[in-house]
Design a protein around this ligand. Structure first.
Ligand SMILES: C[S@@+](CC[C@H](N)C(=O)[O-])C[C@H]1O[C@@H](n2cnc3c(N)ncnc32)[C@H](O)[C@@H]1O
Length: 288
């Protein structure tokens, strides 16, 4: 039995050990019955989501949840949607986008064409943020953005590009902090309490399914974003994903991780250079 939190670790209390074993069984059952593989996600985040769902549904034990998830498809789908944490916003971590604008964009400007991959794009705000930035820097026409996620529900929302007007108001602050000087309303139209991203901004973006647990590299990307995704993976799955990204980048391509994610462990020092440590921007080097 291989888990990211070794259930037999001597530091665990008996209660924690039992909980980990129940969780291990739940994830195995979900995989065997439905094919969704969360077995290499970090137990800490899976447990947090699971406990929240159990509380909302009035379920007392993980084994009871296992029984219900096996027999009630609707509950199972809620659980899957909880495990794929879709929290995001436009220009999330504005200082990150500010640094992309001031340090990465000038390098991209010298390329004849630009390919960008957002892996784990969620409901799309990160993708539209980058599209807006490219437009403002005069690079949108020569760029193509590939936006992928494993969660088809999130991906459909990303494709539609429809967001609550209230959320956009909150994100406007991020946009200005990231160095934006226009009004976000330039890029979307208001409709019944929502905003819809304009078709001009969608035209160079392709959305499709890609699962970092099973799928492989594609394309020769100049820039890859995988932000706030790796943090939910154990070291084995994180390492698999990092390899996929390395394989998908062109020579000296950029890789961007989330604010609380670290790419460089010893095993990755041969694969990437640090470009901006604070903002978690890395650059591919040819592996020895
Ligand atoms: C917290 S969101 C991050 C969204 C965006 N990148 C950001 O930073 O705001 C995490 C996303 O990772 C996706 N995800 C989780 N597991 C994945 C996997 N195995 N393959 C691809 N995407 C995955 C989830 O569906 C979710 O949309």
């Amino acid at each position: 039995m291989k888990t990211n939190t070794d259930p037999r670790s001597p530091s665990l209390s008996e209660e924690e050990l039992n909980e980990n074993l129940e969780l291990w069984a739940l994830l195995e059952v979900i995989y065997q019955k439905y094919g969704y593989d969360f077995r290499n996600y970090t137990y800490s985040s899976i447990k947090r989501q699971l406990k929240r769902r159990m509380e909302a549904e009035g379920i007392q034990t993980i084994s009871h949840m296992q029984h219900l998830a096996l027999n009630q498809k609707e509950l199972f789908h809620k659980l899957v949607s909880d495990f794929y944490i879709n929290v995001t916003e436009l220009f999330r971590d504005p200082s990150f986008f500010k640094n992309i604008r001031s340090h990465v964009i000038p390098i991209l400007k010298s390329y004849p064409s630009i390919k960008i991959w957002h892996a784990g794009c969620g409901t799309g705000q990160e993708v539209y943020s980058m599209a807006i930035l490219l437009m403002e820097e005069g690079l949108f026409e020569k760029a193509h953005i590939y936006a992928t996620d494993v969660n088809t529900e999130a991906l459909n929302k990303a494709r539609q590009g429809i967001y609550s007007i209230e959320l956009i108001k909150e994100d406007t602050h991020n946009y200005f902090e990231s160095g934006g000087t226009e009004s976000l309303s330039k890029y979307c139209t208001a409709s019944y309490g929502n905003v819809i991203m304009k078709s001009e901004i969608k035209k160079n973006i392709s959305f499709f399914d890609h699962n970092l647990v099973t799928d492989n590299s594609f394309g020769e990307m100049n820039l890859i974003f995988c932000r706030n995704v790796l943090i939910y993976f154990n070291s084995e799955l994180k390492q698999r994903s990092v390899r996929v990204f390395w394989d998908s980048l062109c020579h000296k391509g950029f890789f961007c991780a989330g604010a609380n994610e670290r790419l460089l462990g010893e095993e990755n020092e041969a694969l990437f250079d640090v470009f901006d440590d604070k903002n978690k921007i890395y650059r591919k080097k040819e592996a020895a």
